[in-house]
Design a protein around this ligand. Structure first.
Ligand code: 5GP
Length: 113
């Protein structure tokens, strides 16, 4: 079980967010420090997985559900095209160790990762 993180508190309702999408197992809300015109975080409600590698091994169906929610918020808040980023490990820029996907969309620079 991952340690309680800021996303665990958001999932528990202890920190309010603007929910842009919600399923039984996943929520999506805007990133507090957007790096693109549309920057949405897709977060599973379980605190069990710290990163996407653990999630893919432990519950691939939940990972697929996160991708479906990413597509749905990209459809709703942009033109349906999006970049999906899972920072995995501190040296890759991960700061919150509760698996989450960054959905970046809307006027992305061509050619950048
Ligand atoms: P990481 O660097 O772990 O891949 O991404 C964590 C993301 O969470 C960052 O983009 C950061 O801006 C965002 N973030 C951190 N704290 C909060 C918060 O309290 N609310 C929201 N909406 N986003 C947060």
């Amino acid at each position: 079980m991952a340690e309680a993180t800021i996303f665990g508190k958001i999932v528990a309702g202890e920190i309010p967010v603007e929910k842009l999408a919600e399923t039984e197992r996943v929520i999506a809300f805007p990133d507090i420090a957007p790096q693109a015109p549309v920057h949405i975080l897709v977060v599973p409600k379980t605190t069990e997985y710290a990163n996407v590698t653990e999630l893919a091994a432990g519950d691939p169906g939940l990972l697929a559900e996160m991708v479906a929610v990413a597509q749905s918020v990209a459809n709703e808040h942009s033109d349906g095209d999006y970049r999906l980023i899972f920072n995995t490990g501190a040296n890759a820029g991960q700061t919150v160790f509760h698996v989450h996907a960054h959905v970046l969309a809307g006027g992305l620079e061509e050619g950048s990762l």
